[in-house]
Design a protein around this ligand. Structure first.
Ligand SMILES: Nc1nc2c(c(=O)[nH]1)N[C@H]1C(S)=C(S)[C@@H](COP(=O)(O)OP(=O)(O)OC[C@H]3O[C@@H](n4cnc5c(=O)[nH]c(N)nc54)[C@H](O)[C@@H]3O)O[C@H]1N2
Ligand SMILES: Nc1nc2c(c(=O)[nH]1)N[C@H]1C(S)=C(S)[C@@H](COP(=O)(O)OP(=O)(O)OC[C@H]3O[C@@H](n4cnc5c(=O)[nH]c(N)nc54)[C@H](O)[C@@H]3O)O[C@H]1N2
Ligand code: SF4
Ligand SMILES: [Mo]
Length: 722
């Protein structure tokens, strides 16, 4: 068992505002990319006397043209926030003790080797974040899938975008987001489902708001809560949580019945129309209204708006992906685009914006246990052969079956089948569902190494080794944003103390494990130049990209195969999809209830989500007083009728309890949530200020979508009491 006593002392020191650096040198401005959400806003970073002192948006950049949000504005404070780790640490006698870089690397490599030798390669696993650089995922793939020979590589994108990726694969044939942000200004209907973009993607939200005004566009928002995004909605479909598949089927039913579908056109680029038509007979608005709770005439009105739109752009997010029906929600949304010809045209189609900075790079470079670098799959022999040949290893070295998903890795820690876990740039002890079970699994690890920039986090608290990482502009590498645009983040300042870039930590461990020949790198640019080769001829082709081309300039949208190539703003413009018959697939998907439905003991549904002021597990934003002080603690939104029935008044401390655990928060009584539902934010783990018992994931359910293995964070049956 790890001893967490020492951490509590650190955890209760309040954050401080960084001191001013004085004014000895003029500020040097360099282009960079925001390390938070997956929009990929271009920034200009001001450095003075070796410190980041100011950040502003890059004017003229096609993504954000100078605009940024409060998260990017406060970035200068993440460098010297309290709890920044400057030394590597190894746990001795229950306490984490500072050691040299060499000791930490040698110890990590020795432990991994020992476990592989006695229990085989599948006893180890790597779990990274979706904001790790492309270069980092390339290195870790080469080490774990290529040299060690296990496919147990996972990424926080399993909690985030994996269902969108699986939706693209099943409908269009590959994980290839087709549209781009410039489509926003061309659309006249925005279908925004399960996406509170006013909070989560503020810069895109402002573009949508402006485009609505300019084009007199219509906005349909689908959300069980009256979210901040509904302020621009013409129609708010306030569905019962989890019922999107039924809603989308109902909308498609009306589109077909009312003659909005040009069948010969659709048959040309999509298969499955006749089967879908028959199937959708079962989804008349009357039935869909009963399932979703939306009035029948509102469903018909929304369908007609979709049918009449000249260009519909759809956005969806965690209200879709955090569900046991996540991939089906994606498929049925794409059905709406395909049926109405809102695809392969300017201003129309699915615009998949992602949560974290290296939005697409992580998926395209193979960050999940079923993927290989270059938008390839481990289950595909040809793909394995191409990657193995590229690395100069026998094809048999790469296992032909997917490794474990992160929840399966935790199950493996519980059963003893997985013994070592290496975590970098993600905080699973706070972000995975059913925290007590997660912590227990992490505690059972024979060896847990965590690379982070802060300590304590909920996960570093449990580590056997903590490797101090450099962050954002303390290191150099590439991100690929949600519109397939590749950008360079450059090292502008030195990391503190012994902290090192994640790529350097990875190649150092690899060498110490005996793979000196395979990991000869001295710079991320060398890694990038090698990685480019594995993307040749693929949709992520970076052949025409160099660090020099990216430095200070707008990066191209991939694919970009040649130096002179301008990049590719939109895909599938020739109506050809990467499926056997060249057509996209219209898929008949039945609505199924979420895994755990309310009952007498647990009569409420808990929805979880996020706040404007905090980012994910709050390790950064919680340490910046300007942000933290606005919402320093968790709360529970509850409908006035439910509150009255339970005798709850505003500000009461209430308990939200599931079969797995309970979490506390102050009551906020509001009719933005539906009767029978409560809402909590995901941000409040125990490592910072608030103490134990505030984290929504203490309550959530570790069940997941069968196809994408993404957990159902947005639907847990709970009881609520004072
Ligand atoms: N400020 C801030 N910005 C962020 C983040 C952050 O933590 N803070 N995190 C980033 C990350 S990693 C991500 S993934 C994104 C997430 O961004 P979003 O997905 O926009 O955010 P969430 O709040 O998780 O959920 C969105 C909405 O889904 C709704 N919802 C719940 N259940 C259902 C359902 O069954 N159907 C439908 N249609 N809707 C439902 C919720 O009520 C909520 O309003 O934000 C990114 N941006
Ligand atoms: N209940 C509930 N749970 C959820 C969600 C929800 O809506 N509800 N949302 C899910 C979603 S969409 C997501 S994406 C996940 C996010 O879950 P996580 O990935 O766990 O969240 P982050 O807080 O972004 O974690 C990033 C970690 O990396 C560290 N870090 C920052 N920069 C660097 C760096 O350069 N190097 C290294 N090594 N470390 C760095 C940070 O300090 C932090 O500990 O949470 C999921 N969990
Ligand atoms: S909107 Fe997203 S990418 Fe843009 S500045 Fe804010 S957090 Fe960064
Ligand atoms: Mo996410």
């Amino acid at each position: 068992m790890r001893n967490v006593k020492e951490i509590k002392e650190v955890a209760h020191q309040k954050p401080e505002t960084p001191a001013s650096t004085g004014n000895r040198e003029p500020i040097q401005w360099t282009k960079s990319t925001c390390p938070y959400c997956g929009i990929g806003c271009a920034l200009e970073v001001g450095v003075e006397n070796g410190k980041v002192v100011k950040v502003h948006g890059m004017k003229g950049h096609p993504i954000n043209n100078g605009k940024i949000c409060h998260l990017a504005e406060t970035l200068p404070h993440v460098f010297d926030a309290s709890g920044r780790i400057t030394r590597h640490m190894i746990r001795y006698d229950g306490r984490l003790v500072p050691v040299t870089l060499k000791e930490a690397i040698t110890h990590t490599a020795t432990e991994l080797r020992r476990i592989i030798e006695s229990h085989g390669p599948n006893a180890v696993a790597f779990y990274g974040g979706a904001a790790n650089l492309c270069e980092e995922y390339y290195l870790i793939n080469k080490l774990i899938k290529g040299c060690i020979g296990t496919n147990n590589i996972e990424c926080s994108t399993r909690l985030c975008m994996v269902s969108s990726a699986a939706g693209f694969v099943s409908t269009f044939g590959a994980d290839i987001p087709p549209t781009c942000y410039a489509d926003i200004e061309e659309a006249d209907l925005f279908f925004i489902a399960g996406n509170n973009m006013a909070v989560s993607l503020p810069v895109v939200f402002e573009r949508v708001r402006a485009a609505k005004k300019k084009n007199n566009a219509m906005v349909i928002v689908v959300d069980p809560r009256r979210s901040e995004t509904t302020q621009i909605a013409d129609i708010h479909l306030q569905i019962w949580p989890g019922t999107d598949v039924a809603l989308n089927n109902g909308l498609a039913h009306v589109l077909l019945k009312e003659g909005f579908v040009s069948e010969p056109d659709v048959e040309y680029y999509a298969s499955g129309l006749q089967q879908l038509k028959t199937f959708l007979e079962e989804y008349p608005p009357s039935r869909v209204s009963k399932i979703t709770g939306c009035p029948e005439d509102q469903i018909i009105m929304a369908a007609r708006a979709i049918g009449r739109a000249k260009a519909m752009l759809s956005f969806w997010f965690q209200g879709y992906n955090h569900s046991t029906q996540a991939v089906f929600k994606n498929n049925t949304l794409h059905n709406l685009s395909l049926l109405t010809g809102n695809i392969c045209r300017v201003g129309a189609g699915p615009l998949s914006i992602t949560g974290e900075a290296n939005a697409l790079g992580n998926r395209w470079i193979g960050a999940l246990s079923h993927l290989l670098p270059g938008v390839r799959q481990v289950a595909n022999y040809q793909h394995r052969k191409e990657v193995a040949d590229f690395w100069g290893i026998p094809v048999e070295k790469i296992q032909p079956v997917p490794g474990r998903s992160i929840i399966e890795i935790i199950k493996g820690l519980h059963s003893g089948d997985v013994r070592a876990l290496w975590v970098a740039h993600t905080n699973p002890a706070a972000s995975l569902p059913n925290t007590s079970w997660i912590e227990e699994g992490l505690n059972k690890a024979e060896f847990l190494v965590v690379q982070d920039i802060f300590h304590p986090t909920e996960t570093t608290m449990l580590a056997d080794v903590v490797l101090a990482a450099a962050q954002w502009c303390e290191k150099t590498g590439t991100f690929i944003s949600s519109e397939r645009r590749i950008e360079l983040v450059e090292k502008l300042i030195e990391p503190p103390g012994d902290a090192r870039p994640d790529y350097e930590l990875i190649w150092s461990v690899a060498r110490a494990m005996g793979f000196e020949k395979e990991f000869p790198y001295t710079s991320p640019e060398e890694v990038f130049e090698e990685m480019k080769g594995i993307t040749r001829g693929r949709v992520c082709d970076m052949g025409g990209v160099t660090y020099e081309r990216l430095r200070g300039k707008v990066g191209p949208q991939l694919p970009c195969p040649e130096a002179e190539h301008p990049g590719t703003p939109r895909l599938f413009t020739d109506m050809q999809f990467p499926r056997a018959d060249g057509r996209a697939a219209l898929l008949a998907r039945n609505y199924i209830e979420p895994a755990e439905t309310p009952d007498a003991e647990y009569p409420f549904v808990l929805i979880t989500g996020r706040l404007f002021w905090h980012f994910n597990t709050r390790t950064r934003t919680g340490r910046i007083p300007r942000l933290n002080d606005i919402e320093p603690d968790n709360f529970v939104e509850i409908h006035p009728n439910d509150a009255a029935r339970l005798g709850i008044t505003a500000g009461d401390r209430i308990e939200v309890k599931s079969r797995r655990g309970c979490a506390f928060g102050k009551a906020r009584i509001t009719d933005r949530v539906l009767v029978g539902t409560v809402y909590m934010n995901m941000h409040y783990g125990k490592a910072l200020w608030v103490g134990d018992g505030k984290l929504a994931n203490l309550v959530t359910n570790p069940v997941y979508d069968d196809f994408s293995k993404q957990p159902e964070f947005k639907f847990s049956a709970v009881s609520v009491s004072k």
